[in-house]
Ligand binder design. Structure first.
Ligand SMILES: Nc1ncnc2c1ncn2[C@@H]1O[C@H](COP(=O)(O)OP(=O)(O)OP(=O)(O)O)[C@@H](O)[C@H]1O
Ligand SMILES: [Mg+2]
Length: 344
């Protein structure tokens, strides 16, 4: 049995169509009009204990709706969800003891009491043993700099402080799974880094399963090895992050720093198979190549034959570019998955 098992999961929202103004409200009262919005449309997903999964997709794709069904907040329209063998919606309390959740858009802390007291309330609610609580507070204080703001009430926290406090709150009871819905939204680089480090810690050291939703693709690269992409309520890719990079990043670029001006190389480079383009600027030359036609080593070898190479580096394809192209419909991930399995 996998830790998270989802099959044919669907959520349809009935959205009221209202005309603007009082007249619209009155009209809606008598002749109610609705349309059904298929927010999640028959998804299948299996997640094993200890995995770290990035769940990404454009705005409105159905990510938060999926997470709310996994946490038991929302009831599915159809399909099945099993988390640790139980149905999260039917056994909300049992499920809640084993999971943590952070919704970047809103807090689970109490507004009017200091963060420290919110934490001790959670200790009571979750019946966290003293030893576990003390140990976690010690670790979280170090990793999330709780000292800085633990005495403040929820409403006084800055966004970055609030997010860190929320993360700590969601993990105090050592959950087996943590769902993070945009935990780095609106944060500065330093706080983002800290949060990423923390998430990495709980995943690697404690074996906590992480399901992460984010629009920050740096989060994905830093934290997740598996990528699930959802669009219009349907999963369009589920696999290794590296596989997406490899399959689509045909083009790579090598940048060389040479001992003398690079312009003389230009026409020789033309003759090397697999080279797509090159650009020389002073002692620098950048060579873009098709890595399925020629290896980086071969390209570097050719250049080294022609000139003295002082230094060089290779540009890895950025996942950001790739995913942007997937969203834009330029890359067909379903096709790639089919090719990978050898089904034509
Ligand atoms: N409570 C609701 N009632 C009606 N429609 C809803 C409700 N919640 C979500 N929706 C609709 O369902 C769709 C999916 O929303 P969801 O919040 O899951 O998207 P998302 O992938 O999390 O997007 P984002 O990246 O913007 O957070 C949207 O079209 C949204 O308008
Ligand atoms: Mg969302």
């Amino acid at each position: 049995m996998s830790q998270i098992e989802v099959s044919g999961l669907t959520k349809v929202f009935r959205q009221a169509i209202k005309q603007p103004g009082l007249k619209g409200a009155v009209k809606h009262f008598f002749t109610q009009q609705y349309r059904d919005k298929q927010a999640v449309d028959g998804i299948n997903l299996t997640i094993e204990k200890g995995e770290s999964v990035a769940y990404v997709g454009p705005n409105g794709a159905g990510k938060s709706t999926t997470i709310k069904m996994l946490t038991g907040i929302l009831v599915p329209t159809s399909g099945a969800v099993r988390v640790n063998g139980i149905d999260p919606h039917k056994k909300r309390m049992e499920n809640a003891g084993k999971i943590g959740a952070v919704f970047g858009q809103r807090t689970q802390l109490w507004w009017d009491i200091p963060v420290a007291e919110s934490f001790s309330l959670l200790k009571d609610i979750y019946e966290i043993p003293d030893g576990v609580y003390r140990e976690n507070m010690k670790t979280f204080t170090k990793l999330l700099e709780l000292d800085e703001y633990i005495h403040l009430t929820g409403r006084k926290l800055s966004l970055g402080q609030r997010m860190r406090a929320d993360l700590a709150a969601s993990l105090l009871h050592n959950p087996e799974i943590v769902y993070l819905d945009e935990p780095t939204i609106g944060l500065d680089i330093a706080v983002k880094e800290r949060i990423r480090k923390f998430i990495k810690h709980i995943n690697a050291e404690l074996g906590t399963t992480v399901m992460l939703t984010t629009h920050d693709l740096g989060d994905i690269e830093d934290l997740c090895s598996r990528l699930v992409i959802i669009d219009h309520g349907k999963i369009i890719y589920d696999g290794e992050l590296q596989a997406v990079k490899d399959a689509f990043a045909r083009e790579r670029t090598l940048h060389f720093q040479l001992g003398k001006p690079a312009s003389a190389l230009a026409h020789t480079l033309h003759g090397i198979p697999g080279i797509i383009s090159h650009e020389a600027d002073g002692n620098q030359v950048s060579v873009s190549f098709d890595r399925f036609a020629v290896t980086a080593g071969e390209v570097a070898g050719q250049i080294m034959k022609l000139a003295e190479v002082v230094d060089f580096r290779i540009d890895e394809p950025s996942i950001e570019t790739i995913i942007r192209r997937v969203y834009a419909g330029e890359l067909d991930l379903a096709e790639m998955a089919t090719e990978e399995r050898g089904v034509v």
